[in-house]
Ligand binder design. Structure first.
Ligand SMILES: O=C(O)C1=C[C@@H](OP(=O)(O)O)[C@@H](O)[C@H](O)C1
Ligand SMILES: C=C(OP(=O)(O)O)C(=O)O
Length: 440
């Protein structure tokens, strides 16, 4: 079950932010590492996995399929079963990685596995993935080819060639690639349709498969060939989550401050280069100090024109920054985020309009004309990234009130505490520098 709703008034920044912010592990890498450990030929240890709703749902899902996961502090030891267990029901919550990565595992179980999730998850696209699993030999039952549904698997699923349209989510491709090596004939997967978003995340899947000894040929565009064979166990340390770093880095831009994020992943399938490009386009100065990414803002944001297809989960943060820029901005290439946790284009248009910005949806994005913002209401639509956007606006706009901040627990349950700490650390830094009176 999602958490009970919790209202939150986003704090104003009394000084430019100036802090070092540690960011928890990547959701995408954590859930891939869990799934690959469950598919591999022996136990694997995962260190620094993200502790949040999406990864708890993934651990529960794998346990329902017979996987053993022992959690000792931040080290999780995952032991795969001989064969995935049927008979259970998986709760996907609102997690794309659970609803798209676990059905392929269920297709390898010896019987029926049920899938359900939050009511809001029923609207997220599933049909291309379920259609592909049916084409590969699994039986899929459900009224709408969306959640809820049932899969009857076969541990000896043959696999082979299959075609799908992955323009609604790269996760359809990733989910199938993850099991490709476990199919008797391997997998020859092709995409046909409008371009696939978030291709960096498919790159993350391919590179994590290769690190475990799986042969993947991705030399042709929109085609992936996975050879059948062993998925080797591997111990991993999870890198920080780039999309969860974004609101903190955005705070440096908005307040003319400085934020450092240690352990910045330099080679990653996460949208790290895209985030850096966004911050620079807005006028931020990005540099590295040791293993930290450091962003400095100038208190003035330029309007930007940006293709965010490969980093679409950054859209709410980018839109919030754009609403406070000096010129208009245009975000392109993100039509598919209408099927993310909520219809993010509609949510951003309606929320920012209500604060006074003039925002228009296009066929694949948003045009944002900034305006002096005022107002209090910031509905979050159960979407963690709408919390990030509201928090950013609240740094400089009085009394921004989020109707429910609990949904941020999808990927960062202690976001509010980390946000407040960023502000408190910044005030303390000003006091130490003698620029602010330290008396209460
Ligand atoms: O595979 C992954 O871990 C993800 C892929 C992307 O999904 P879409 O391709 O649906 O945008 C991204 O937005 C999501 O946050 C995580
Ligand atoms: C789109 C997102 O999540 P999911 O993995 O549920 O698709 C996201 O985190 O912004």
């Amino acid at each position: 079950m999602p958490e009970a709703p919790q209202q939150w008034i986003a704090p104003l920044a009394p000084v430019p932010v100036n802090a070092t912010v540690t960011v928890p592990g990547s959701k995408s890498e954590t859930n891939r590492a869990l799934v690959l450990a469950a598919l591999s030929s022996g136990p694997s240890a995962i260190t620094g996995g993200l502790e949040a709703r999406d990864t708890a749902l993934m651990r529960d899902a794998l346990r329902t399929l017979g996987v053993t996961i022992e959690e000792n502090g931040d080290v999780w030891v995952v032991t795969p079963p001989e064969q995935f267990t049927a008979g259970g029901t998986i709760d996907c919550g609102l997690a794309g990685t659970v609803m798209r990565f676990v059905p392929p595992l269920a297709a390898l179980a010896g019987g029926e596995v049920g899938f359900d999730g939050d009511r809001q998850a029923y609207d997220r696209p599933m049909e291309p993935l379920l259609g592909a699993l049916a084409a590969l030999g699994a039986t899929v039952e459900g009224d709408r080819m969306a959640l809820p549904f049932m899969i009857s698997g076969d541990p000896a699923l043959r696999g082979g060639s299959v075609m799908l349209d992955a323009s609604a989510s790269s996760q359809f491709v990733s989910g199938l690639l993850l099991i490709g090596a476990r199919l008797a004939d391997g997998l020859d997967l092709r995409h046909q349709g409008p371009s696939i978003p978030s291709t960096g995340h498919i790159g993350m899947t391919v590179s994590m498969l290769r690190q475990r000894g799986v042969r993947v040929d991705d030399t042709q565009p929109n085609r992936w060939i996975v050879a059948p064979g062993e998925i080797k166990p591997r111990d991993v340390v999870i890198e920080p989550d780039v999309a969860n770093a974004a609101p903190f880095l955005g705070a440096a831009l908005l307040t003319g401050g400085r934020i450092a994020i240690p352990r910045w992943p330099s080679t990653t399938g996460q949208p790290a280069p895209q985030l850096r490009a966004v911050l620079e386009k807005f006028g931020g100065k990005v540099s590295f100090q040791g293993d930290s990414l450091v962003v400095r803002g100038r208190n003035e944001l330029h309007g930007i024109d940006i293709w965010l297809n490969d980093a679409s989960e950054l859209t709410p943060v980018v839109a919030a920054l754009a609403a406070l820029a000096l010129q208009s901005s245009h975000i392109h290439g993100v039509a598919h985020i209408r099927g993310h946790e909520t219809d993010r284009l509609a949510a951003l248009e309606s929320n920012l309009d209500a604060l006074g910005a003039r925002v228009r949806q296009t066929h694949d994005g948003l045009i944002i004309h900034p305006h002096v913002l005022a107002g209090i209401s910031w509905p979050t639509y159960a979407d963690h990234r709408m919390v990030h956007a509201g928090a950013l606006l609240g740094l400089v706009v009085d009394e921004i009130t989020l109707d429910d901040v609990s949904c941020v627990g999808k990927t960062m349950p202690d976001f509010v505490e980390r946000w407040q700490k960023m502000i408190d650390d910044s005030v303390a830094a000003e006091q130490v520098a003698g620029r602010l009176d330290a008396s209460p």
